[in-house]
Design a protein. Structure first.
Length: 587
């Protein structure tokens, strides 16, 4: 092979890896949040775990990506280590589909129908369809399908380039002597593991092996150990991803390594024992692309069937390797650990984690406000401390979730996913401000308790009605946010307008009581602070609802939207306003 052949080989490898990456990203976007939902349905049933692991890996075309996701789920506490074992086994089976797709390039038959199955026959059509879908379609889903088709085309083109580049090596004696070295099982396993560790993809390294096999210079005696090593080398990605993770996450990565190591030892021990007792004729024959796919599949299915009954043993082995120290036990799970950086490699999954974290943040902000309002009528030190503690938690959520969303925003996502990221960034700021207002209301309760101040019965009744309205608008906004329910979100603005009018009425009534000497200036300051904070909470609920509605309708002119909403001819708005006005009318 001359310098131009080497350059062609490198170029083919680059196209191959790029095509695989593009196809995987397209499949991932198309599947969206369903990837995580599939994995979340895992039960203690190991067979179901294996099936789901295989399915997810077949979809995203990468066992490494699936395993890294599993490490992230275990690290976040979403998945138990026992569940992860089955998924990891299934991932190894799912990744074999790539080798079967690549084996299509080796089809040799004069039959017209069989020739049509060759990628060189149908990928040009896929490329045309794919590029038209990307350029002409406005639908993000159709664009994703186009990316998958183009990725597959580029993948196959890279495969053909690599095959063409290595063809001259078929007659090269030096090349043949190098490959003969790999018939030594240890050298073959080592070579396969190193190549796969460098590429960080067993599918890619198997593809390269299939391209080289097309020369006819690689025998099964050399190919089998290399395939075994490729399965071991793919564990490097998961091992690297678990650095800095929890003990259970590290154990999940080790389960992946132990599964492939033990599976390789078992398979090779049985295979070479059989070959020694009953020499297998095919071992010395040239390996074909379909033969590589068969061996790859047989090994992974064999390893899964052999080790699945001993899944708990693999789990115990990983636990023995990474022990729990009595003096350094695992820390309790923090809720925001679900924002694991490993998920950023799979944006659709990372976005689901963000939505879950934002949901927890909204619930925390809501419970904080409820506690602070309750303190106005029933003061106790314990709830005061909890309000401050919850506010700190909400602040941490905003900081961690905001940073995570900004990192996620730089990833390749669909239009819908980008809109969701923008919506979350806007809404978490409002939830943080709501918890700040809760602290302000708590401070009013503390001031009243320390100065032994009390509202009159009329004033207290007015605050109760006002607080009921504020609690309802916050409940409505949080439910609409968590469910992404724009219909429910449209109930927020009419109630917000009622709250604005309540605020004005309560202030007017306080001034009248003040003039009659029925209220003090000091109590007036406290009342004004409470009313102002109630009103601000309602404003933030309005911001959340408007943000949900605007993103769903692709309308980002807030001022114009609110003017249209409150127009005299908007019967729906007027009816809801009248209903809330009657419900929260001051006596």
């Amino acid at each position: 092979m001359d310098i131009f052949g080497i350059l062609t080989m490198i170029g083919g490898l680059a196209l191959f890896l790029y095509g695989m990456n593009t196809m995987g990203q397209g499949l991932e976007k198309l599947s969206g949040s369903r990837l995580e939902k599939i994995l979340e349905k895992l039960t203690s049933n190991p067979i179901k775990s294996v099936a789901l692991g295989a399915l997810v890996t077949a979809v995203i075309q990468s066992s490494s990506a699936t395993t890294v996701m599993v490490v992230g789920f275990v690290n976040s506490g979403i998945m138990k280590l026992s569940q992860a074992v089955g998924v990891i086994m299934g991932a190894n089976i799912g990744t074999t589909i790539t080798s079967w797709l690549l084996s299509l390039t080796g089809i040799e038959d004069g039959n017209l129908f069989v020739q049509l199955l060759k990628p060189t026959s149908f990928t040009p059509i896929l490329a045309i369809i794919g590029i038209f879908m990307i350029m002409m379609s406005k639908s993000s889903r159709k664009k994703d399908v186009g990316s998958i088709l183009l990725g597959f085309t580029v993948l196959m083109a890279g495969m053909e380039m690599m095959k063409g580049a290595v063809e001259p090596l078929a007659e090269n004696e030096s090349f043949r002597s190098i490959l003969t070295m790999f018939s030594n099982p240890l050298l073959g396993v080592l070579a396969g593991a190193v190549i796969t560790a460098i590429l960080q993809s067993s599918s890619a390294s198997v593809g390269i092996l299939q391209a080289v096999c097309d020369t006819g210079a690689v025998t099964y005696s050399s190919a089998i150990p290399i395939i075994m090593g490729q399965n071991i080398g793919t564990c490097v990605t998961a091992l690297l991803s678990c650095v800095g993770a929890s003990k259970n996450a590290k154990r999940a990565a080790l389960v992946h390594l132990y599964f492939n190591l033990i599976g390789t030892l078992l398979f090779m021990a049985i295979f070479y024992s059989i070959n020694a007792l009953f020499p297998l004729e095919f071992v010395g024959e040239p390996a074909g692309q379909v033969g590589i796919a068969i061996i790859h599949s047989v090994f992974n299915v064999f390893a899964t069937l052999a080790l699945l009954p001993f899944a708990k043993g693999l789990e115990k082995l990983a636990c023995l390797t990474i022990r729990d120290k009595q003096t350094d036990a695992e820390k309790p799970k923090e809720e925001y650990r679900i924002l694991d950086p490993r998920f950023l490699a799979t944006p659709s999954v990372a976005l689901e984690q963000c939505k879950q974290a934002a949901g927890k943040m909204s619930d925390c902000a809501r419970s904080t406000l409820r506690m602070s309002i309750a303190l106005l009528s029933s003061y106790n030190e314990q709830d005061c401390t909890r309000v401050d503690s919850n506010e700190d938690i909400v602040d941490i959520y905003e900081d961690k979730l905001g940073s995570y969303l900004l990192n996620l925003g730089s990833k390749s996502m669909t239009v819908s996913e980008n809109q969701t990221v923008n919506m979350l960034l806007h809404c978490i700021s409002d939830f943080e401000r709501i918890s700040d207002h809760a602290v302000n209301i708590k401070d009013c309760a503390v001031e009243m308790h320390e100065k032994q101040l009390e509202f009159s019965k009329k004033a207290m009744n007015e605050i109760r009605i006002f607080s009921d309205a504020v609690n309802e608008i916050l409940d409505t906004a949080v439910k609409a946010f968590e469910r992404n329910d724009t219909k429910l979100a449209k109930s927020v603005e009419p109630l917000e307008e009622v709250i604005d009018k309540l605020s004005g009425e309560i202030r007017d009534r306080h001034i009248r009581r003040l003039r009659k000497g029925k209220c003090t200036i000091e109590m007036g300051f406290v009342l004004t602070d409470i009313v102002t904070n109630f009103e601000r909470v309602a404003d933030h609920c309005s911001n959340i609802a408007v943000c949900l509605i605007q993103i769903s309708e692709n309308n980002f002119d807030t001022h114009n939207y609110l003017n249209e909403l409150k127009a005299q001819d908007n019967k729906e708005f007027r009816d809801k306003f009248a209903k809330y006005r009657e419900k929260y009318m001051l006596p």
